[in-house]
Unconditional design. Sequence first.
Lengths: 79, 390
Amino acid sequence: MKITVCVGSSCHIKGSQQVVEGLQRLIAEHKVENKVELVGAFCMDQCQKGVCVTVDSDFYSVTPETVGSFFETEVMTKF
Amino acid sequence: MNDLCVDIGCKSINHHGEQLCGDHIDVVEQNENSTVIVLADGLGSGVKASILSTLTAKIISTMMAAGLPVDECVSTIAATLPVCSVRGVAYSTFTIIHIIDNETAEIIQYDNPQVIILRDGANYDYPRTEMNIDGKKIYKSEIRLQENDIFIAMSDGCPHAGIGLSYNFGWKREDIISYMEVMAMNGLTAKNLSTMLIDECNRLYGGEPGDDASACIVKIRKREPMNILFGPPANRDDDKRMMSLFFSKEGKHIVCGGATSSVVSKYLGKPVQPSLSYEKSDIPPMAKIEGVDLVTEGVITINKVVEYAKDYLSENELYEEWYLRHNGAALICKLLFEEATDINFFVGRAINPAHQNPNLPINFNIKMNLVEELSKCLREMGKRVKVSYF
């Protein structure tokens, strides 16, 4: 599985750094490093919906507050 | 004509408790390739010294730049400077470094510590001719410039640093030379070299300088072009034109901005490979595109670069933040402030609708202001800057 987080200007201001750090922490806690690839993107052309995150080809709008529930419902359920 | 140019940087600290510096450094560009640099040290400290040194530096630099001979400058100063009521003399020492056609340096010295020249990183002893102008002993030298020559002009506050504290007789010339030889190995800019020298003086004075101390560094270097792309063009049809102009330029290429990177990636046919590494800073991560020397996020990164540029031109207290770090803003600073001498900005005026939200500090006007502020700062650093809008 590939999770992509946008680190462009808009998303950065909306907290992509915290989202990235949150995901890195959750991936380590759930010991799924071998199953999940976390990468950055520079712009997904959806700046209004930031922080832009994709899981494989599905698009999500995530905030630093919702990163926990996003991980539970959209990532952990897919293994 | 050759492809050499000068990088000039200065820093001063004031006598402890004084609000004004009694040293004054004046730099006047005579023409594109000739510059007059004057470092004057007024008698005493505080306001009186400041007036004496400012008058001296201004008079000499203006007259020299107008092509007048040095003896006329000296007699004009002698006739103009106000006489100190306490000491009964009008006195300000000075050092002149006159760069001619970026080929020769004429050094004229009156009573300041002797200018140090580092050539290929080591002290270079140069001949001096003694002249007598109006009873003043003035030393003149002519040096043929070579790449990497470093001229170090100081006021006597530098060799006096540490008297009675760290050293019995102050910071000796030989010791200043060995200190600067080590500093010069690191490829620092003139501004950072002068900062290193003056910061060390301040440390030797125990943070309470007993005299004004100033350093002016002139570094001879090759011209180095640099190109920076910021924002996609207002009209999408101009993408190709903007890209081909940008990539046809000589020198390194910096690309700033997410959407901008996409345009570049499409033009070059190479993917954008972003990293997720924040390098312990709040600057967004960088990316890689084959064929581009540096790819960073846009407006937040440039905003930080402008902040560093302003500091670099004033107190230069943040240089360690960018000199030692490895984030987008720090790397742009190194390329623009240190490496580049000629900078071409390619600025796209595309408006990103998502940025026009009043809650976001990154709207279009802010972006355009950043370009203006940055190019102004870079010009102040002595760089040739060209800005093209698309």
